[in-house]
Unconditional design. Structure first.
Lengths: 82, 190
C-alpha cells in the first residue's frame, strides 16, 4: 500500500519536473522571439509607427506571459495521473 | 524626461541608419494597409478558436479541465501574439524612403535578414505607375516603377498607397536635385 503511494508521488514529481523543464523552454523561446521582434522594430524602424507597435507588443507580451505563468502555477499535475 | 520618452511615439524623427549629413526625408512609404488586412483577419479567426471551443464544450471544460484549458489557451494566444506582431514587423520595416538625394528601398526578408537598395535621385529618368485590378483601383494603391539612366535595372516598389502622388513627389525631388536646389519644402508620409 505504502509502496504504491510512493511510486505515485514519484510519478507526480517526475511529471512536475518534466513539465517545468518544457515550460521553461517554451517561455525561453517566447522571450527570444519577442526580443527579436522588439529589436527589429526599435533598431530598424523608421518613424513613429514601429515604436508604437513595439510598445503595444511589449505590454501584450508581458500580460500574456503573466497570465500563462499564473495558469501554469495553478495546474494540478497530480490530477493527470491519480 | 517622461515627455521626451512619450514624444518617441508621437513625433519620432524620420531618421534612418545610412542617412547622410544634410539628407532630409521627403517621403516615407510603406505598402498599402490592405496588404496587411488579409493575414491579420486570418489571425483574427484563429483568435476565436479557443473561445468557440469553450462555448461549445462549456459544461465539460468548466467542470473538469478549466485550469488546463486556460493554460493551453494562454500558450496558444502567446503564439498568435508573436505571429501577429511578426507580420506587423515585416509590414512596418519594409519601407521606401525618398530623400532629397536618394530613393532607398529597405526589404526585411525575415529575422536578421535585410536587403537595402538605393538609387541616386539624379539618375531617375522616368517613373511609371501601374494599378491593376479592381481592389487596387478602388483603394488607390499600385506599383511605382522607376527607370534609371543607362542599362541599369528598373526599381519596382510594390503596392504603394496613392502611387500618382508618389510619382509626382519623386519627380519634383528629382528635378530639384538636377536644378541644384539643396532643400525640399515638402516632407511627409503617404
Amino acid at each position: 500500500m505504502e509502496g504504491g503511494q510512493n511510486s505515485a508521488i514519484i510519478k507526480v514529481m517526475t511529471l512536475q519536473i518534466a513539465l517545468n523543464a518544457i515550460m521553461f523552454a517554451v517561455y525561453l523561446i517566447f522571450w527570444g522571439a519577442a526580443f527579436a521582434i522588439l529589436y527589429h522594430l526599435v533598431r530598424f524602424g523608421v518613424g513613429t509607427q514601429p515604436k508604437r507597435f513595439a510598445a503595444v507588443f511589449l505590454v501584450g507580451a508581458v500580460l500574456l506571459f503573466t497570465a500563462s505563468v499564473i495558469c501554469f502555477a495553478k495546474l494540478d499535475v497530480a490530477s493527470f495521473i491519480l | 524626461m517622461i515627455r521626451s520618452f512619450l514624444n518617441l511615439f508621437k513625433e519620432s524623427a524620420q531618421t534612418f541608419e545610412e542617412q547622410e549629413k544634410g539628407e532630409t526625408v521627403i517621403l516615407l512609404l510603406r505598402r498599402h494597409l490592405f496588404v496587411l488586412y488579409l493575414p491579420l483577419s486570418m489571425l483574427g479567426l484563429f483568435v476565436l478558436g479557443p473561445i468557440l471551443i469553450f462555448l461549445v464544450f462549456y459544461t465539460y471544460i468548466a467542470t473538469n479541465f478549466l485550469t488546463l484549458f486556460l493554460f493551453l489557451a494562454s500558450i496558444y494566444y502567446m503564439i498568435l501574439w508573436l505571429t501577429g506582431f511578426y507580420l506587423l514587423m515585416m509590414y512596418s520595416l519594409n519601407t521606401v524612403i525618398v530623400t532629397n538625394r536618394r530613393v532607398i528601398e529597405r526589404n526585411q526578408l525575415g529575422f536578421f535578414d535585410r536587403q537595402v537598395s538605393e538609387l541616386h535621385i539624379y539618375r531617375i529618368q522616368d517613373i511609371t505607375v501601374s494599378t491593376k485590378g479592381i481592389i487596387p483601383t478602388m483603394l488607390h494603391y499600385g506599383d511605382v516603377i522607376i527607370q534609371t539612366a543607362g542599362t541599369e535595372q528598373k526599381f519596382v516598389f510594390r503596392q504603394l498607397p496613392r502611387p500618382e502622388e508618389v510619382r509626382t513627389t519623386i519627380m519634383k525631388a528629382a528635378s530639384m536635385a538636377n536644378a541644384g536646389v539643396k532643400d525640399h519644402p515638402e516632407r511627409g508620409t503617404i
